[in-house]
Design a protein around this ligand. Structure first.
Ligand code: MLT
Length: 255
């Protein structure tokens, strides 16, 4: 996986769909310089566009991420993921329970798709494959942002549009199929043996605050932080505020 290293600590960031690690660019400069942060492009997206494993599951993504960071992580590992990246982070927690010092879930869910949502994903996947582009998910540039961001921050809207336009039809299709078959992770969250930080945008319409609160309630040791003036893309919409929450968490869970 292409990765970029920001500094010196051990945290791994996983982006959402249908974008790539660049969604964390604005936040990068606000992260604690003592942290060594890897931002990973998940299969099919960004610099990993050619990585399209035969089996499309988020477990496969988790396996590949763990293999990619193996040997690069010296200390306790903190894993963070937003939305689809959060599903992958939960798959990592399921695969490598003893390895995590902390888990950060941003704007995501622990539940599997309802049958209607899974069916819709497969339709989107077929269209993306047939059209050979990410056009079918272009409306997500708007849908993932808070109404206020949509209306008043054209630079943020354009940034999201350009990230989405950069993705391939094959990558969009792979991700949609993988998300459609993801299992319920309530059991993993309930048995987490590390600290959990849950971050949600106040105006997130895709994984609303009540979904995030329920997720946190399922864990034994969790803190929920609601970010004002943000939708589903909290690190894009409020990079400094989200970095502040992450920095405080890194300090708290690091030995
Ligand atoms: C994301 O931001 O990763 C997606 O909204 C996740 C999803 O479609 O469930």
């Amino acid at each position: 996986f292409p990765q970029f290293e920001l500094a010196d600590w051990e945290a791994v960031l996983r982006h959402g769909f249908p974008v790539d690690h660049r969604m964390f660019n604005a936040m990068a400069g606000h992260l604690d310089p003592r942290a060594r942060v890897l931002a990973v492009d998940l299969p099919g997206l960004g610099g990993s566009r050619e990585v399209l494993p035969e089996v499309a599951t988020l477990d496969e993504s988790a396996r590949l991420v763990l293999a990619a960071i193996n040997g690069r992580v010296r200390g306790p590992l903190i894993v963070a993921g937003l939305s689809m990246g959060g599903y992958v982070a939960q798959a990592i927690a399921a695969r490598a329970p003893g390895q995590l010092a902390g888990l950060i879930l941003l704007d995501t869910r622990m539940t599997a798709d309802q049958p209607g949502a899974a069916k819709n994903r497969l339709e989107v996947a077929s269209r993306a494959r047939a059209e050979g582009s990410s056009e079918v998910v272009a409306p997500m540039a708007q849908a993932t942002l808070a109404p206020d961001t949509r209306a008043n921050r054209p630079d943020v809207v354009e940034f999201m549009e350009s990230l989405i336009a950069d993705q391939t039809g094959a990558g969009v299709a792979w991700s949609q199929v993988a998300m459609s078959v993801r299992p319920d992770r309530a059991d993993v969250i309930a048995h987490l043996d590390c600290e959990l930080l849950v971050i949600g945008g106040e105006a997130d319409e895709i994984s609303p605050v009540d979904v995030m609160t329920e997720l946190a309630r399922t864990a034994q040791r969790a803190v929920v932080e609601v970010v004002p003036d943000a939708g589903h893309m909290t690190p894009v919409e409020q990079p400094a505020a989200v970095a502040k929450l992450i920095n405080a968490f890194l300090t708290r869970v690091s030995p």
